[in-house]
Design a protein around this ligand. Sequence first.
Ligand SMILES: *Cc1c(COP(=O)(O)O)cnc(C)c1O
Length: 379
Amino acid sequence: MKLESEIVHIGVRTDEKTGAISTPIYQTASFQHPALGESTGFDYTRTKNPTRQVVEEGLARLENGAAGFVFASGMAAITAVLMLYQAGDHIVVVEDCYGGTYRVLDKIFSRFGITVSPVDETNISEIEQAITPATKAVFIETPTNPLMKIADIRRIAQLCRKCKVHFIVDNTFLTPYLQRPLELGADIVIHSGTKYLAGHNDLLCGVVVVRDTALGEQIGFIQNSTGSMLSPNDSWLLIRGLKTLALRMEKHNENAQKVANWLIQHPRVKKVYYPGLNGHPGKEIHESQTSGYGGMLSFAVDDSSLVPVILRRVKLLQFAESLGGVESLITFPARQTHMDIPVEVRERAGITDCLLRLSIGIESSEDIIQDLAQALEGD
Ligand SMILES: *Cc1c(COP(=O)(O)O)cnc(C)c1O
């Protein structure tokens, strides 16, 4: 089955008793046992719940993995993956990763003896040099947030295989509709499902999909032991949101490309970061491993004093954190998503006070461009 059909049919034909088209919400904590030693396959919702199982299996199929898990947030998913490691272990992480990923490593997992080296993921030899005998994983995002740098998933996968370390990809920005890292050699895929997968700026959730069943057993054990799974109701909302993923991603792609093309010719815009633009240094690699450029882009204006003006003047675009929903949002990474990254790391990566990030929604591209045009006029 083609991916768009697979997406729409998540949870279809799960209720044999009634034939309900929509997956039932099993809003129960516990399950009755028919008799001693007998089971329906379910006993307690922390361990397994039918609604959650539907979306976990569906996401595993979309990412082409052995097993999938859904969590209460993207950070809960990332935390569950990091719990695979222990004191003395070392993780190589992309330097302009999601701020929350950096924070949980730097402020929480450091307390448990896990160390981290930030790297520029576009530089394979920098990654290779950062790997030590203590290294257990390389953790990347591609495109990165917010600078839209592109990592070569195949080459990093080869390196990780050679060094016998896990290769983890946060695939939030593109979703399995546009990029499937497990097929390119990654071991673990993570999502903030809050973003494109759920897609409507109304739900927090996280996803982990793993390449093999052994890793699946470990993540399942961590999920059940620590209890950060997604509720039955929210699992249903995620299924509901996912149904239109293919349509939404097509529109996000189309709109973002138009906005990028428009921004790049604007006199107040110094630079546009979007892999769909000619001259983007990662364009070729991106095209070799995805089927679209996605709905995220960033741009730098010529003067940092213009930033607060734009954020005040936008009308259709909403000045808010988050991304990946149907509504267009504008974010100021240096003060919002990436505030917890130390200034020197942030500035080295290029996340300056002139940089704005756009999550392009599915409105008319003409309206989005018109709004940006009037905001960029300044006061
Ligand atoms: C939002 C986000 C996260 C964190 O997800 P939450 O659902 O907010 O906990 C992780 N990675 C990326 C790339 C994100 O954009």
